[in-house]
Design a protein around this ligand. Sequence first.
Ligand code: 5GP
Length: 190
Amino acid sequence: MQLLEDRILKDGKILSGNVLKVDSFINHQMDVAFISELCKEFYRLYKESNVTKIITIEASGIGIACLAAQQFNVPMVFAKKSKTSNISNDFYCCEVESYTHNTTNKVIISKEFINPDDRVLLIDDFLANGKALLGLKTLVEMAGATVVGAGIVIEKGFQPGGELLRKNGLRVESLAIIKSMSVEDGISFI
Ligand code: 5GP
């Protein structure tokens, strides 16, 4: 999506460890009108998929997922990171490695908020190694619900997550796919 690529080139900052910082418009300060435009594109891509629920993972996906849910006119549920080790039977639970924090979190969704007849669109800000999306997919499948696909704002195409998930049969739509990224040469897109 040209609008997004232009904005990444203008305002994105490359950090060490293959991390792109987009704090001025997505991850800290949020340009709501801009993100709404991105979510209209998610709607255009998935409007035929009979989406009944948007699911994301806290924290950085929440704002984007809210605006996507507004486009689809469905509820948004976010998987919570849980600090407790004994999770009650009322939750679906799995473990997800965090790319940015280098830690493993238990993530949970209350059984109350996913039903077997739900058709779920997963939303996230970034796709790197695919652990966050895979965790969300696992939680939805534990409920017997259907994942119709994923909507990602920025995929780092030089990392393995996108290929892995697509090979597993998941529909992944990314609004910008970064081909390469370095402090010396900047960013190029696929
Ligand atoms: P994955 O689970 O695909 O390895 O990583 C995706 C998650 O890590 C996203 O939820 C996102 O919050 C975070 N993440 C991965 N790469 C980046 C990055 O380059 N920049 C930022 N800001 N977050 C990232």
